[in-house]
Design a protein around this ligand. Structure first.
Ligand code: GRF
Length: 221
């Protein structure tokens, strides 16, 4: 196994994606380790998850910084102090600035609960549900200066069922987030990911051209 890639995970809320990453690292399913968890919300559940995993935490309440850039400078300093090599936004409810992006070029990734580029921004699941899509899902993408607009690394699709509410759909999407986020980190940690304009090339990605989701299902003859 290669030397573990040092991750900095930025969170604001429940931290279930953080948990999926911590679990994958602890079980050595991915060649990575969480070097620090940075949180802008002092009582976020994510912080307790990090402490339970004995991972260093930094609480940086955003209202203590007048400008976003000043906030990001603090974040960069904390990440650098711990030798972070890949920054993972995991339910981090802040827009990041070029201060962070230029400190970690092509090394900031985010998870979003829709099949981007559809339904960026807040409430991705709600937007998809209200739009009446029959297939939705989640995306891990590289972060650029736009909102959920950077090159796409991995996606998982889920069908929208007739009995779904926004909440049941969100739960099914979230379960897929917990699968694809560790996988995205694994692919980067193994050095298999290359950004080529808008496209992300993945060496030996084992594509399965036959696997499809139709919703409702289609019985093939
Ligand atoms: C996830 O739905 C993620 O896609 C979005 O925020 C939510 C975070 O959930 N960016 P959690 O804090 O990881 O449980």
């Amino acid at each position: 196994m290669p030397r573990p890639l040092r991750l900095g995970v930025l969170v604001s809320g429940s931290g279930s994606n953080l948990q999926a990453i911590l679990d994958a690292c602890a079980a050595r399913r991915i060649p990575a380790e969480v070097a620090v968890v940075i949180c802008n919300v002092p009582d976020a559940r994510a912080l307790q998850r990090a402490r339970d995993a004995r991972v260093p935490t930094v609480v940086l309440p955003h209202h203590e910084h007048a400008r976003r850039e000043d906030y990001d400078s603090r974040v960069v300093a904390e990440l650098r102090a711990r030798g972070v090599e890949l920054v993972c936004l995991a339910g981090f409810m802040r827009i990041v600035t070029p201060v962070l992006l230029s400190a970690f070029p092509q090394r900031v990734i985010n998870i979003h609960p829709s099949l981007l580029p559809a339904f960026p921004g807040m409430h991705g699941v709600r937007q998809a549900f209200r739009a009446g899509v029959r297939v939705s899902g989640c995306t891990v993408h590289f972060v650029d200066v736009g909102t959920d607009s950077g090159p796409i690394l991995i996606q998982a699709a889920v069908p929208v069922l007739d009995g779904d509410t926004e909440e049941t759909l969100a739960a099914r999407v979230l379960a897929q987030e917990h699968r694809i986020y560790p996988r995205a980190i694994q692919l980067i940690a193994e050095g298999r990911v290359q950004i080529d304009g808008r496209r992300v090339r993945i060496a030996d990605g084992r594509p399965d051209a036959a696997s499809t989701i139709a919703s409702p299902p289609v019985e093939d003859p």
